[in-house]
Design a protein around this ligand. Structure first.
Ligand code: ATP
Ligand code: MG
Length: 476
């Protein structure tokens, strides 16, 4: 009944009667997009192309966000001009990509991606043995371009010149009903490109949309197909997911859909342990709140957090087999990085950042002599320190060590000398060494902290604010 009414108001045809070659066209009163949310550069690109006689539209996620009243973070443009024709029209334009070429148009720091309409996947496009499409690079019509996009809400075109939205697959209806629906036959679309299953999770969690039942149904069964996708692509999509500002919700959704198994090996195991779960939850909460505050997030910090409890476990095992603390930590880091590189194609720079953050951790225990000053000068101190606070907040190590470093970091020279003196004084119950005890962290001294009587940062029940590490380190 309500659906019928919406269709009537919007003038859209019913799903069965919709012709995928003829779009529903909506004017400003029908879609309600606020033109002020559009970037000047997006308008510059579409109008330049149109003045040269081509068709040009804002497309994909930007139209979806405009319809939701959200300012898009970037703008993709679709056109019937070929990459060569696009390039000629702009001063700073670069053709990129070997197989399917797209054009990057730059205005200062702003980058717009201009893509020529793509044709639909032909039946004889080359595929791997599981049906994943390997190459498929033909140009096509706008209707074909719409059909090969992933979700109905991502397949609309907006023309800033006449403020019309072209909707081929009922995207407007789905936006209004907050429904995530894949275009075409779900099984076939996941087979062609299994990464689309990760995209389902990301958009459902980020937009708080319901996954339409037919779209969601095959995912549990088809999830293992992700293992056949090149690691670099999975990594890119994982990074988008983790940096979406809804990383925690995404991870929960990944687990719900059974998609987390192959992605970060042992992540499921980590999440089963209370301490590991708490650590990952705190790290992702802090990442999400940084993204919402418009701050940068370093992928190295993020992955170092996700994999820390795996490192801890191996570190404990190496020490138990007789290795010294520091070499044992390096061996553990090697193991974890090696196994992840295969799965995730962690870029070398990210791997180096992770190793830096991990290997700094035992150094926080040395609070005498010149050691603390030296550590403060470490290029990645801030990231290491934020990581330390997470460890305290999760209950892995004593909060006292985090508090000490906060005071040291923020204090003047006199305070710092006093802190070093206090740390050097003999303590009841023996020396530091609370790191690396794995899941079963044992406190050497002091009463067990209750959330109740703790103020300040790093409380056990710390919310995103007081537990949030501020990891500027490494964000480029
Ligand atoms: P975000 O705002 O998070 O960037 P987005 O929808 O713009 O979301 P992108 O990854 O930037 O996501 O992709 C741009 C557009 O390209 C999508 O909106 C969709 O139309 C199309 N697209 C991207 N990946 C796929 C895919 N795997 N299969 C089909 N279409 C895709
Ligand atoms: Mg995008």
């Amino acid at each position: 009944m309500i659906k019928k009414l919406i269709r009537k108001i919007l003038g859209t045809k019913s799903k069965a009667a919709r012709d995928p070659n003829t779009p529903v066209v909506l004017g400003p009163e029908g879609h309600g997009i606020d033109p002020r949310l559009l970037s000047n550069n997006a308008v510059r690109v579409t109008s330049t192309l149109q003045e040269a006689g081509y068709e040009a539209f804002v497309v994909g996620g930007a139209v979806r966000d405009l319809l939701l009243g959200v300012k898009p973070k970037d703008f993709d443009i679709a056109t019937n001009a070929t990459p060569e024709q696009v390039k000629r029209l702009f001063r700073r334009a670069f053709i990129i990509g070997k197989r399917f070429q797209i054009v990057h148009v730059m205005f200062g720091q702003d980058l717009l991606e201009v893509t020529t309409f793509r044709g639909t996947t032909s039946a004889n496009a080359p595929k791997d043995e599981h049906g994943r499409v390997l190459r498929d690079n033909t140009f096509g019509s706008q209707a074909e371009d719409a059909e090969r996009r992933d979700f109905t809400i991502n397949a609309m075109y907006y023309n800033p010149a006449n403020q019309q939205v072209l909707d081929y697959h009922g995207g407007i209806e789905d936006i209004r009903a907050k429904t995530l629906r894949i275009i075409g036959v779900p099984e076939a679309r996941y087979r062609e490109d299994p990464v689309r299953m990760l995209r389902v999770v990301r958009f459902a969690a980020k937009l708080k949309f319901t996954i339409e039942p037919e779209t969601g149904a095959p995912i549990k069964v088809m999830a293992p197909l992700i293992n056949n996708v090149p690691a670099a692509r999975v990594f890119d999509e994982m990074l988008k997911l983790l940096m979406s500002g809804h990383a925690l919700a995404c991870l929960q959704q990944l687990r719900k859909e059974g998609l987390h198994h192959g992605l970060l090996p042992l992540l499921d195991v980590v999440l089963e342990q209370p301490l590991g779960f708490k650590f990952v939850t705190l790290a992702l909460e802090s990442t999400d709140s940084r993204i919402h505050a418009g701050k940068t997030v370093s992928p190295g910090f993020l992955f170092a957090s996700l994999l820390w409890h795996q490192v801890l476990e191996k570190w404990t095992a190496y020490r138990a087999s007789g290795e010294q603390t520091i070499p044992a930590l390096h061996l553990a880091a090697d193991d974890v990085l090696d196994s992840q590189t295969e799965k995730l194609a962690l870029q070398r720079k990210i791997g180096t950042d992770m190793r830096d953050i991990w290997s700094m951790q035992p150094r926080f225990e040395r609070r005498t002599g010149k050691a603390p000053h030296k550590l403060l000068e470490h290029l990645r101190f801030r990231a290491g320190y934020d990581f330390l606070l997470l460890r305290c907040a999760s209950g892995e190590i004593d909060a006292e060590i985090g508090d000490w470093w906060t005071a040291f970091y923020e204090g003047d020279e006199i305070t710092r000398e006093e802190l070093i003196a206090s740390a050097s004084a003999p303590r009841e119950g023996g020396g530091g060494g609370s790191t690396g005890t794995g899941g079963a962290a044992k406190r050497k001294r002091g009463p067990r902290r209750g959330g109740r009587n703790r103020g300040g940062r790093g409380g056990e029940d710390g919310n995103a604010d007081n537990a949030a590490p501020v990891h500027d380190g490494g964000a480029e």
